[in-house]
Design a protein around this ligand. Structure first.
Ligand SMILES: [Zn+2]
Ligand SMILES: [Zn+2]
Length: 311
């Protein structure tokens, strides 16, 4: 059973999950250009559904059975889960100093397409729409479980971004705690609200629109820009223009527009940086802190174009 442990000096919770050491290293072994028969061995390819745990959710052709081909988006439990869904979170202090908790949570893999060699930048628009609708459905389902405080949706694309399998997939993790870096963002946004009486993200959107220099794209409901203080080259953020603190606040219909904006942004990165490795994360407020006036959900895309320096 995985375990959550808190560092009392930083208040950061870490997941101790030894099972994850057994996960496949398809890319780590240098097999980036898949051999011709790769699809036979790929657990995410149609026809190989038996190689994965039973699906939790899928969009599939009417009349096809679960755990068989006919799907276009498929969600399964992560085979090497960092957290497990059984039990209730139970926090204890040990050795008179250290907080720890049993590793209760949900760790899902969302297989983005039946096509082995696609990525969001090369998928048809319709497929990306289905993907974002699936993100939204899983977010809503998991956020209703009272054991979970935080639902994080993220994607690792390419070896430098931490992928271990080539087939396009994203991950969803539901945790019983709020990670420190999220808590820090929320606290800083609250401080800004105290000082200025407005949401810092709404203020950045207004400012970036006025200046225009860093705006990549803008649609009726979303804006894409390069942050003034990017943490690495080509860091890109996608924000809803209307203030909302949780990802599931967007209606299903607006998921299509978000999918369009995300696909367009990833196509621009794909073309200009030659299919870079990247991570993206959907940052949302904790499930039990909905409708915060000072926090604004958004997506951060981080291309891995430079090696991480020591400083
Ligand atoms: Zn595959
Ligand atoms: Zn806002």
């Amino acid at each position: 059973m995985p375990e959550l442990r808190q560092n009392p000096a930083t208040r950061e919770w870490v997941i101790i999950a030894t099972e994850r050491a057994k996960r496949p290293e398809e890319l780590g072994t240098g097999v980036i250009n898949m051999p011709a028969n790769a699809k036979e061995h790929c657990p995410f390819c149609p026809g190989n559904e038996k190689m994965t745990p039973k699906e939790l959710f899928s969009y599939r052709t009417y009349g096809t059975a679960a755990n068989s081909p006919g799907w276009w988006v498929r969600v399964i439990p992560n085979m090497f889960a960092a957290l497990l869904p059984q039990g209730t979170p139970n926090r204890v202090q040990i050795e008179g100093l250290y907080n720890c908790m049993n590793g209760v949570g949900e760790h899902e893999v969302l297989i983005e397409s039946p096509e082995h060699s696609q990525s969001i930048a090369t998928m048809p628009q319709k497929q990306v729409e289905e993907l974002f609708l699936a993100y939204r459905e899983r977010y809503i389902a998991l956020s209703q479980d009272p054991r979970f405080e935080m639902i994080t949706i993220f994607k690792n694309h390419g070896l430098a971004a931490g992928t271990s399998l080539h087939h396009p997939h994203s991950q969803i993790i539901a945790t019983p705690i709020t990670p420190n870096h999220i808590r820090h963002r929320i606290e800083e946004a609250m401080r800004y609200f105290d000082d200025h009486g407005s949401c810092v993200y709404c203020d950045m959107i207004e400012k970036e629109k006025k200046i225009g220099e860093r705006v990549v794209a803008e649609t009726e409901n979303f804006i894409v820009f390069e942050p003034f203080a990017s943490i690495s080259p080509f860091e890109t953020v996608v924000l809803p223009k209307n203030h909302a603190s949780t990802f599931d606040s967007i209606p299903a219909e607006r998921c299509k527009e978000l999918a369009y904006v995300m696909r367009m942004t990833l196509v621009k990165l794909f073309r200009s940086l030659n299919n870079p490795d990247y991570n993206f994360v959907i940052f949302s407020s904790p499930c039990h802190e909905r409708s915060l006036e000072y926090y604004h959900w958004y997506i951060m895309i981080l291309p891995r174009v430079t090696a991480v320096a020591g400083f």
